[in-house]
Design a protein around this ligand. Structure first.
Ligand code: HEC
Ligand code: HEC
Length: 320
């Protein structure tokens, strides 16, 4: 009995030391910073380039949905211009992450950031202060031309003074940030320009590098954001922003005949569905911005989605 108590005491001491060491390690390695090159991107004052940037920000890249804040989602859906002053909250098991203020205010927005800093955030996921950006913005492979257009449009935004605490983590969040979140760069040299047409190639570009269909329609680890399911075979559950009892899952959008939501959709039906906008009231999918994509863009997306590997899977079913 005495021996057992002694052993237990030692196990307790070892466990407590491990926990203390872990806490100390997190405190020491908190807020790691990373380096990445500043892309050679320069904002332009050309009105057609700015217009193209706005079409991307309010369209396929849906920057405006996240950076307009929750109170403006409906306006963005309708295509109204709003202040992109940030503050949209993503409540994760790790804490809260808020979208940044993108207006030209020098203190709380991006007024004092260089074009290179802005381009680096989007291409290398390294923030202005060197922190690794959580995987909400997979624009790493966006073309130089589109990146230039987006930054040129951001430069036109009137200043709005609004301080946003973007990273608001609990202890687990700090631990994950200290040891697990690394910035992700482009897979190859991003294209200089991409020709918009109805090709599979352009569809692939939109799906992977601009519209982030994979980010929601693929299963993810809610701690690290890592992809843990087959691409496009359905994603993790979302709670309603206004009604927490409302739950919805991004469906399987691979071409699988049995389990895909869209296996039997024709190209025409797909385009018409996107034109209708949001039908499920609290759906997180940025239907408004997507409804403004051109026929060409929607055709390209449909054609590319027909070529991805079919996966038989109903998201959420195996977890229950
Ligand atoms: C799904 C939501 C979402 C979308 C879409 C999105 N962002 Fe963000 N953005 C965020 C969040 C969240 C942060 C804060 C992340 C962080 O600091 O780790 C952020 C931060 C930023 C920052 C500041 C980074 C820094 O240096 O601290 C810039 C600049 C930015 N976004 C630009 C854009 C642009 C341009 C687009 C569209 C091409 C876009 N974002 C689309 C959610 C989004
Ligand atoms: C922010 C998360 C998010 C993004 C990004 C997203 N989706 Fe969705 N998607 C959802 C959710 C959630 C649903 C289910 C609710 C609904 O139908 O709105 C859904 C539903 C769908 C549906 C079925 C609609 C219906 O009427 O049944 C299709 C098709 C679809 N998404 C395609 C796409 C494509 C293509 C992209 C990229 C261009 C994309 N999604 C990007 C979350 C997302």
């Amino acid at each position: 009995m005495k021996k057992l108590l002694k052993t237990l005491k030692w196990v307790g001491i070892v466990l407590a030391s491990v926990i203390v060491l872990f806490v100390v390690a997190v405190l020491i390695f908190k807020n790691p910073t990373f380096d990445a090159p500043y892309p050679d991107i320069k904002a332009s004052k050309d009105s057609s380039i700015i217009a193209r940037g706005k079409a991307i920000v309010y369209g396929p890249a849906h920057c405006a949905t996240c950076h307009g804040g929750l109170e403006n989602v409906e306006k963005v859906d309708r295509g109204e211009e709003v202040a992109l002053a940030g503050g949209f909250e993503f409540k994760l098991p790790l804490g809260i992450i808020r979208s940044a203020n993108l207006t030209s205010d020098p203190e709380t927005g991006i007024g004092n950031r260089t074009d290179g800093e802005l381009a680096r955030v989007l291409r290398y996921a390294v923030g202005h202060d060197g922190h690794a950006i959580f995987d909400f913005m997979p624009f790493q492979n966006m073309s130089d031309e589109d990146l230039t257009a987006v930054i040129s449009y951001l430069r036109t935004l009137a200043p709005v003074k609004k301080h946003v605490e973007t990273i608001d983590m609990n202890f687990m969040g700090e631990a994950v940030r200290a040891f697990m979140i690394k910035p992700v760069g482009p897979i190859a040299t991003p294209p200089k320009a991409v020709v918009p047409d109805s090709s599979i190639e352009y569809g692939k570009y939109l799906v992977w590098s601009v519209a982030n269909c994979r980010g929601c329609h693929t299963d993810r680890d809610m701690m690290t954001g890592a992809f843990i399911g087959p691409d496009f075979a359905g994603g993790p559950e979302f709670e309603g922003e206004k009604d927490p009892n409302f739950k919805v899952r991004p469906p399987n959008i691979t071409p699988d005949k049995k389990t895909s939501k869209i296996a039997n959709w024709t190209e025409q039906f797909f385009i018409e569905r996107f034109r209708k906008g949001r039908l499920v009231p609290e759906s997180p999918m940025p239907w408004g911005p997507f409804s403004r994509m051109s026929d060409l863009e929607l055709k390209a997306i449909y054609r590319y989605m027909r070529t991805v590997a079919p996966v038989e899977r109903i998201p959420g079913v195996e977890a229950e």
